[in-house]
Design a protein around this ligand. Structure first.
Ligand SMILES: [Zn+2]
Length: 396
């Protein structure tokens, strides 16, 4: 049965355009939106569409510095300008006229979702263009300017007095900006499962990065070796996540469900399929239901740079969360739209063909490497509260 859910969308989201040849271009957003649309999801009675307002200065300042906010505003009106010490004007984060306005609309989207959930309008909400997890308080990086997730968590703490938020990030890149924002703080349990930083941006997110001071044990980084496939991912997920979740008992959950772990993504090197994302959606919803959050789950789209796979991954993730059945075939209208508008050959089926791990090159090595990463993580967490509590729960 479909759970009541919110879908956050603004036609102005496409103004967040880092360039037509930049991986973060509107195609990777419009193609997924059209898939949801073609399936009639946006008209379903159990889905409410919410249009966000841009985040205000004071909301942005819950996380970002005044200096960064000022620079974002000033440079948006200054074509050709840059401030590389703030990350603005780099190849990854170019300066463009709608930079400030479109970024604050994205932050507004996550805030809208959080408010709607918190006020009881819907149980779950999905902000398609959200999860810009690399942005730091004083610096843009990795296609991210304002960190909608960090802003929203600060907002939930301030406005609703929420004491325990669980942030889980399954984007192929480590959720460095978000985890850093709460690195010394146990009011957020930040969990990131990602391709090992040995092979991919941002170069941090190793298993020994577990937080500092009060936050020790409340940052969890689980690197994955290139090539990691669905079942191996699930094995690792089940070994650590439910346990931490139960022990922390969050009051609100945010899932950054980046689609760039998909095997057809152009930046990541994992071998994940849509089946995994449907599974993750289902598990996120179950785990969120069975804790103090009582189902309060905000999904943020995150990365993903092959429009066809982003569309199907996000659809599978949302279907997993809401219990929506996934049709076998992609809508003809959507396939034609992708071809006509963008020259993209979209997949005829929504789900991928399952991939046989034995056909993945070096599959034995991949499994061994992941086991090693996991052992390091467990060793690091051995003396920490969340992990110890977690082992106690398992013993019961
Ligand atoms: Zn990513």
């Amino acid at each position: 049965m479909l759970e009541e859910a919110g879908f956050i969308w603004s036609n102005r989201y496409t103004e967040f355009n880092l360039g037509d040849s930049h991986p973060m271009n509107p195609r990777r957003l419009i193609v997924p939106y059209e898939l949801f649309n073609s399936f009639g999801i946006l008209k379903a009675t159990d889905i409410q569409i919410f249009t966000p307002s841009p985040a205000t200065d004071s909301e942005i300042l819950l996380f970002h510095t005044q200096k960064f906010l000022d620079a974002m505003k000033e440079l948006s009106d200054d074509e050709g300008g840059y401030q590389l010490n703030l990350g603005l004007g780099s190849g990854d984060c170019p300066v463009f006229p709608e930079m400030h306005e479109s970024s604050r609309l994205i932050a507004g989207g996550a805030l809208e979702g959080a408010r709607r959930i918190q006020n009881g309008d819907v149980k779950h909400a999905f902000s398609l263009l959200g999860g810009l997890h690399h942005a730091f308080s004083e610096r843009a990086t990795g296609f991210c300017y304002y960190n909608d997730a960090a802003i929203t968590m600060k907002y939930l703490q301030k406005e609703y007095g929420i004491e325990r938020i669980l942030y889980i990030d399954t984007d192929v890149h480590a959720g460095d900006g978000v985890l850093d924002a709460f690195y010394k703080d146990k009011s957020v349990l930040g969990i990131s499962l990602h391709e090992s930083p040995q092979f991919i941006f941002p170069g941090t997110g190793y298993s020994n990065e577990i937080g500092e001071e009060d936050g020790v044990g409340y940052s969890i980084n689980m690197p994955l070796y290139p090539g990691t496939w669905d079942d191996l991912y699930i094995k690792i997920f089940e070994e650590i996540i439910p346990c931490l979740w139960k022990s922390y008992d969050p009051e609100f959950v945010i899932w950054q469900c980046g689609a760039d772990g998909h095997f057809k993504d152009v930046l990541g090197h994992l071998t994940l399929t849509t089946h995994l994302y449907q599974y993750l959606g289902k598990r996120m919803a179950e785990l969120t239901e069975n804790c103090s959050a009582k189902g309060k789950l905000l999904m943020l789209g995150g990365g993903g740079y092959n429009p066809d796979s982003v569309a199907r991954v996000w659809f599978a993730s949302f279907a997993g969360v809401t219990g929506l059945e996934i049709p076998i075939e992609s809508p003809i209208g959507w396939i034609e739209y992708c071809q006509k508008e963008f020259g993209i050959r979209a997949s005829v089926n929504v789900h991928d063909e399952p991939i046989d791990p034995k056909r993945i090159e070096q599959h034995v090595l991949i499994e061994e490497a992941n086991n090693q990463y996991l052992q390091v993580l467990k060793e690091e967490l051995r003396e920490t509260t969340v992990w110890n509590d977690c082992n106690e729960i398992l013993k019961e």
